[in-house]
Design a protein around this ligand. Structure first.
Ligand SMILES: [Zn+2]
Length: 102
């Protein structure tokens, strides 16, 4: 192992985001292969930062995935807003009809 574990743990964030230099990336990769505790640390880091995983480790594929996700969420918000509005309109109409009948 050429790198110290503390240094690897510092650099894991850069490595994970894909912004480490090629040299340190190679060193970290080699270290993670050999060092159980750093591998575990890296796994935990990757799990706790899904956002940067989506944005950075990334081909256009992952970015498209994120955009799709956001579009679906926006669609859901629109749908639930429409459902709310039409439900209140229905309630209003039923109320008016009942009032007319009397
Ligand atoms: Zn280590």
């Amino acid at each position: 192992m050429s790198l110290n574990c503390d240094i690897v743990k510092d650099l894991v964030a850069l490595y994970h985001d894909g912004v480490a230099s090629e040299a340190s990336e190679a060193e970290i990769k080699a270290h993670l292969k050999e060092c159980e505790s750093c591998r575990e640390y890296y796994k935990q880091y990757a799990l706790t930062t899904p956002a940067s995983l989506n944005l950075n480790l990334s081909g256009p594929g992952n970015y498209g995935e994120l955009a799709k996700h956001m579009r679906i969420r926006r669609l859901w918000m629109l749908v639930s807003a429409l459902a709310y509005v039409s439900a209140s309109i229905c309630a209003l109409i039923m109320l008016l009809m009942r009032m007319k009948r009397k």
